[in-house]
Design a protein around this ligand. Structure first.
Ligand code: AMP
Length: 114
């Protein structure tokens, strides 16, 4: 059997994570190497490798993830603003092959990103 992806291990509770939110479709947990005072990853439980692997049948799931991100931003009191980032593929800087949304906030964020 192939080695499980690290995020799949977090979903299956085989490795610990600082989980902020969970439902049947998704999981949100703090990034282990935060790039801002608030840095949360929101992931679908469905194994989707990247943004490029999203299918039309995932449309409802994607809408759900955005609403979860919006709710988390409110819960975390990011009322001054925040950024949601999806890295896709090698040039996009993706290092974990399981779709994830970075929710970043709590400081002034630079633009353009590196
Ligand atoms: P990306 O570079 O967009 O693929 O983002 C992967 C993110 O996952 C990085 O920000 C890592 O710090 C984060 N990460 C990797 N392993 C873990 C882990 N075990 N728990 C929480 N975050 C992790």
């Amino acid at each position: 059997m192939p080695e499980k992806n690290i995020f799949k291990k977090i979903i299956d509770k085989e490795i610990p994570a600082d989980i902020l939110y969970e439902d049947e479709q998704c999981l949100a947990f703090r990034d282990v190497a935060p790039q801002a005072p608030i840095h949360v990853l929101v992931i679908p439980k469905k194994e989707i490798a990247s943004m490029d692997a999203i299918d039309h049948e995932d449309a409802e799931l994607m809408a759900h993830l955005w609403l979860v991100i919006r709710d988390l931003a409110r819960q975390l009191e990011l009322d001054q603003g925040y950024r949601v980032v999806v890295n896709c593929g090698e040039q996009g800087g993706q290092t974990v092959d399981h779709l994830h949304f970075h929710l970043l906030g709590g400081r002034m964020l630079d633009w353009p990103p590196g």
